[in-house]
Structures are given as C-alpha cells and as structure tokens.
Ligand binder design. Structure first.
Ligand code: PBG
Length: 340
C-alpha cells in the first residue's frame, strides 16, 4: 500500500519560542511542505534558556538551546528540529542526522540602528557606542574602527535594537539573516563587508536535524537541502573545528563560490581586543563534502601555523608576544561572551 504525502500524519517540528526561532522554523516548515506536500506542525518547546531571565552567555553560549531541542528530538517528542547553523556545536552526534542545510540568507553582519546612522563603521563619530555581544564582532569592530566604543550587549534581536531606539546605544551589529527573518531590515544602515567584518561560520544558514534512525523523515527533509550552501557551511565548520577554538573565541569564516566548481574560504582568528586580527584564504575545487572539509581543515592548519595557535591559547588582551599586536591599545570588550 502506498502512502500519499497528503495523507501521511504531519511531521512534528520542535522549536524554541523566541520570535527568531519561530520565524526560522516556519520558513523551514514551508520549504518542506512546498517540496513534498507533507504537512508540518510546529511544536513549541520550553527550553531552560527561554524560561530564564539570565543572559544566554551564563549558560555557556548557545549550546543550551541546541541541547534542549535535541533532547526532545531524541525522546521522540518531535520528528525534526531547526537550528541556526552558527549555533551548532561542531562535535558530531551519532544519534542525529543533519538532514538538510537550506539555501542561505545573506551571511553578512550589519550595522543597525535609528534612521540617520552612517553607513559604515569608519563614518561613526568618535566615541560612538556600538553594541555587540559577540567577541568576533567586537574584535573586528575595534580593529577597523578604534575610535568607537564597543558596548557588551545581550538579549534577543528586538531588545538589542530597542537599545538604539532609546539612544542608549548609537548602533548595534547584528546578522543580516536574523534581521531579515524578523522583518527588521528597515533598521539596517548598511551591511558590513566581509573584508571588514568576517561573519561567524555558518551565519545565515539553518541546520535541519532528525534522528539518525529515521530515514523516512530524513528523505522528506532532504528536499530542503541546498547543496552549494551545504558545501560552504561544511568548509566553514571544518575550519572552526580544525582550530579547536572555544565557542567564545573570536573566529570568523565565509566560503563563497569561486569559478565554476570552486570554493574560496576566508578565515579569521582575532584577539578579543582587536589588537591582532589574523586572516587567511584558500581556494579549492569543491564538489563533495569531503573536499569541503579538507579545505576548511587546510585553512585552519595554515592559520594556526601563522600565529593563530598562540592567539587562541593566550588569555584575552595579553597576546603581546605576537609582533602584530598593539599592546598600547586598551581592551574594551574583554568579558567572555557568546558566539554571535
Ligand atoms: N547569536 C544569536 C543568533 N543566532 C543566529 C542569529 C541570526 C541568524 C543567523 O545568523 O543565521 C543570531 C542573532 C545575531 O547574531 O544577530
């Protein structure tokens, strides 16, 4: 007996309750239904992080959200879950399957805030207060625009934008993808060029996971996969894994198409105070995930050899042994923060 997709029971998609999580889950559900006709029902899950008023960073980065969704998935409460790729730990989980990485949104970061905000970091007035909770963003902002003040910032996208509306902050730096999914692109002064602020590995892409022992669901979800995005994200995450950096280290990576079947991977490791920013790039023909992984690992080895290893093992703000550091610059964002 055959089962028509329209007759099958709806797939259950577990989601956190935050606006961004629901927007991402709804988008992913629509992709799956459009491609297969299979209905998808959202199941809002309560996670420790969502129920607490404490800042996300107190739970040890964003892993707590991923973990809570995975728990519900492994318990059979839902059939699949959706994460932001950049929040996903690099350690493989044998019981889980990364069933799809859908087409990516704009991977760039953005300078956002009230109308009239200048369209670049350079054009911000001296002493301008720029909010970010991400050591990767803080380091690159300080390296490019030492005349601004980076202010630590926590909370969701809406509450971060609200702090520029009150005038408490002049600007915030957030992911274009999140702003787009929340309909807040109107508050973007300008996207930040990746040669100025390199995004987080996986930024702008979603990760759709199901149980490894559920091939039927996996084959439905596979229709949402975008192979070029999957290859790019695979290279970026292999770079991150190859650095063996903690999730609060300032690390950036972005893979972009180069030639017909090639991928260019840009990678970055920085000192939290922006005094050192190490960048490198590598290009390769990439048609398989193994080739994407090899590209990421190769770039990680190159950056580790080129001073990255010292940078990643040196406590924040004390990388003075490296000739490229500028120890005369004060650390203005040295507290541990989540990967943003
Ligand atoms: N750090 C939290 C987080 N996780 C994913 C996004 C945005 C969506 C994405 O990057 O895919 C955000 C907000 C932000 O960084 O501005």
């Amino acid at each position: 007996m055959t089962t028509n997709a329209h007759d099958a029971r709806p797939l259950l998609l577990g989601t956190r309750r935050s606006k961004l999580a629901v927007a991402q889950a709804t988008w992913a559900a629509d992709r799956v239904t459009a491609a297969t006709g299979r209905a998808v029902r959202l199941v809002p899950l309560s996670t420790e992080g969502d129920e607490s008023d404490a800042p996300i960073e107190r739970f040890g980065s964003t892993g707590v959200f991923v973990t809570a969704l995975r728990k519900a998935l492994l318990a059979g409460e839902v059939d699949f879950v959706v994460h932001s790729c950049k929040d996903l730990p690099t350690a493989p989980e044998a019981a889980l399957r990364l069933a799809a990485v859908p087409a990516r949104e704009d991977p760039r970061d953005a300078l956002a805030g009230p109308a009239g905000l200048p369209g670049s970091l350079d054009a911000l007035p001296p002493g301008a207060a720029v909010g970010t909770g991400s050591p990767r963003r803080a380091a690159q902002i300080l390296a490019r625009a030492p005349h601004v003040a980076v202010v630590p910032l926590r909370g969701n996208v809406d509450s971060r934008l609200a702090r520029t509306a009150t005038g408490e902050l002049d600007a915030v730096v957030l992911a274009m993808a999140g702003l787009s999914r929340l309909g807040r692109l109107g508050e973007v002064a300008a996207p930040l060029r990746p040669d100025i602020v390199l995004p987080a590995p996986g930024q702008g892409a979603l990760a759709i996971e199901c149980r490894a022992d559920d091939p039927a669901t996996a084959s439905v979800l596979a229709t949402a996969d975008d192979p070029p995005t999957r290859l790019a994200v695979t290279a970026e995450r292999a770079f991150l894994a190859g650095l063996d950096a903690g999730c609060t280290s300032p690390v950036g990576a972005l893979a972009t198409p180069a030639n017909a079947r090639g991928l260019r991977l840009d990678g970055l490791v920085a000192a939290p105070d922006g005094s050192t920013v190490l960048r490198s790039a590598a290009t390769a023909t990439v048609e398989t995930r193994a080739e994407a992984t090899a590209l990421g690992e190769r770039l990680a080895r190159a950056l580790l050899a080129d001073g990255g290893a010292a940078l990643l093992t040196t406590p924040a703000g004390t990388a003075a042994a490296d000739p490229r550091t500028r120890p005369d610059r004060p650390a203005r964002a040295s507290q541990p923060l989540g990967r943003g």
